[in-house]
Design a protein around this ligand. Structure first.
Ligand code: AGV
Ligand code: CA
Length: 321
């Protein structure tokens, strides 16, 4: 690789599911020198599609990236997210920084995510990185429709799974071993593992190390002149009500996963042979399956200080907005 190639940002297709940290990930991605966001897909999982569509466009508008195309998935997983979690990010569109930003685009005119992935990957001239911060269904549906697009993917980076730690699903008929992004559509997760594409997952094992803390938020808020730090601080403030209860602590799940594109050296990585339980009380559980599973690269740990410093610097770097 020559020097010019090494410095080119890598093309990234981003599928998110409209949670508060999905939008913080979008903001971070838009600020990364290492990534060039070439398209966005929304999975209607931890959100309601109309709200997530609006917030996505408002953020693109605020960051002068209105040319980036946005698609929406029509598939709904078999285990729906709690309605109060899905409704929560509606608050973002009412924040003073977003409420008056226009969103003339109409949800009903948005391209279907499955067709979008097929179209964007078919047209890609260089291999693309696909970042997933919600369930993986849209991408898997696209593979089923058009398997040839797999050759256009350089790697998939997914926030999902809980391997050697408890899951975060607490619901009827479930034993708590699954992480939500996998639980929403366990069968697709199994198919993703078997897709034969380099896959890196950032599971709860790693994300549990990076909660949203008051200390970080205070430090961010002290940078009053940095617009993105200010905006991100408002977003994170909406998640604080979950902090006192252990099961519902808000972590930087998706933000951590997105950071992997810029600071892979902060992560401890390990190859593991994994499989997914697709039904029953452990549905969505990701487990080690030596000899029978699929090889997946797993981020097992992160240098916390490195990550928080990186995030702080990215969010405070633009003062001229
Ligand atoms: O399991 C983590 C995933 C991440 O992609 N999501 C939230 C992140 O966007 C589900 C989730 C787990 N706990 C939650 C979640 C909570 N307390 N509120 C909202 N979503
Ligand atoms: Ca998410």
């Amino acid at each position: 690789m020559n020097q010019t190639t090494a410095q080119l940002p890598r093309p990234v297709l981003f599928d998110h599911d409209g949670g508060v940290d999905d939008f913080l990930s979008l903001l971070l991605l838009l600020l990364l020198d290492e990534a060039e966001l070439t398209g966005i897909s929304i999975t209607p999982a931890d959100c309601y599609a109309e709200t997530a569509f609006e917030t996505t466009h408002k953020l693109l508008s605020l960051t002068d990236k209105k040319h980036i195309e946005v698609s929406v998935g029509h598939y709904h997983g078999i285990n729906a997210f709690p309605a109060d979690w899905r409704a929560k990010p509606k608050m973002l569109n009412a924040l003073p920084d977003l409420i008056n930003v226009a969103c003339p685009q109409k949800l009903e005119h948005a391209e279907n995510s499955c067709d979008f992935f097929v179209r964007k990957l078919s047209a890609a001239l260089v291999p693309v990185t696909v970042l997933l911060t919600g369930p993986c269904s849209n991408l898997v549906l696209a593979f089923e429709k058009h398997p040839g697009i797999k050759t256009k993917i350089k790697e998939i980076v997914w926030m999902g799974g809980a391997i050697d730690v408890h899951g975060n699903v607490r619901t009827y008929n479930h034993d708590g071993t699954a992480e939500w992004n996998v639980f929403w559509d366990p069968a697709s997760a199994g198919k993703l593992f078997k897709a034969g594409i380099p896959l890196t997952i950032v599971p709860l094992d790693t994300a549990n190390h990076v909660p949203v803390t008051f200390e970080f938020l205070r430090k961010l808020a002290a940078q009053a002149s940095a617009f993105y730090a200010h905006l991100a601080g408002q977003f994170w403030a909406t998640t604080i009500d979950t902090i006192p209860s252990y099961d519902y602590t808000y972590f930087m799940w998706d933000v951590l996963t997105s950071s992997y594109l810029a600071i892979p050296e902060a992560f401890t990585l390990q190859e593991m042979e994994l499989d997914v339980v697709t039904a029953g009380p452990s549905a969505g559980k990701v487990f080690r399956a030596p000899g029978t599973g699929q090889w997946v690269q797993v981020a097992t740990n992160v240098d916390k200080a490195f990550f928080y410093t990186f995030l702080f610097e990215k969010l405070t770097s633009d003062r001229g907005h």
